[in-house]
Design a protein around this ligand. Structure first.
Ligand code: CA
Length: 199
């Protein structure tokens, strides 16, 4: 009859370790995978983050004027107050001037892009309404490029709107592989508002 043989303490420890260590390793690996998955998705460079191109305009708060920012991306419809979203750009804020109560004493509009595709970009400003009746309306226009966790000022210009209804082409330039094409910047006028229909 077989006798119950007790394994020595050192052997029992080895057997327990043989199961425990790989099991802990697997559990640890699974835990790390769970922890890393969301970060891996957020850090994926193929996901274009919002705000790659930021276009903004500022005009004096003392002037009760409704200036509109219009932008166009390659192959997309122009984006402005009456068409606030396209495939690439979104208008985040349509400032009506002093017509409505603002929390901050600033006239400011801003448009964000999701990523940058190759082709021509354009920025226009339009004086939609001028309740204050003082002219001109001096507008600061800025284009910023956010890449690799840093922001670079791509273009800036001061323009003056002289009459109600005037639309000025401020910038037209080409982007390729996420960078501005050298020498492509110009401001040959091209209206953007009529492209999306009657307003
Ligand atoms: Ca506006």
């Amino acid at each position: 009859m077989a006798k119950n043989v007790k394994a020595p303490a050192w052997l029992k420890r080895r057997i327990e370790d043989a199961w425990t260590i790989p099991t802990l390793d697997v559990l640890f690996a699974m835990l790390m995978l769970l922890v890393m998955l969301p970060h891996a998705k957020a850090d994926n460079p193929s996901d274009p983050p919002p705000g790659t191109l930021v276009v903004e305009i500022v005009w004096p708060f003392a002037q009760d004027a409704d200036v509109d920012l219009w932008v166009a991306a390659p192959g997309d419809v122009p984006v402005g107050y009456s068409n606030k979203g396209g495939l690439i750009f979104n208008l985040l804020r349509d400032d009506l001037g002093s017509y409505t109560a603002d929390i901050l004493p600033v006239n400011y509009e801003v448009t964000y892009s999701r990523g940058v595709v190759d082709g021509e970009y354009q920025v226009n400003v339009h004086l939609y309404r001028n309740r204050g009746a003082t002219l001109p309306i001096k507008v600061v226009v800025r284009v910023k490029l956010n890449q690799n966790n840093s922001t670079r000022l791509l273009h800036t210009k001061n323009v003056a709107l002289e009459t109600q209804g005037q639309e000025i082409t401020v910038f037209r330039w080409d982007m390729r592989d996420g960078q501005e094409v050298a020498g492509s910047l110009h401001d040959i006028p091209r209206a953007l508002r009529p492209a999306i229909g009657p307003m």
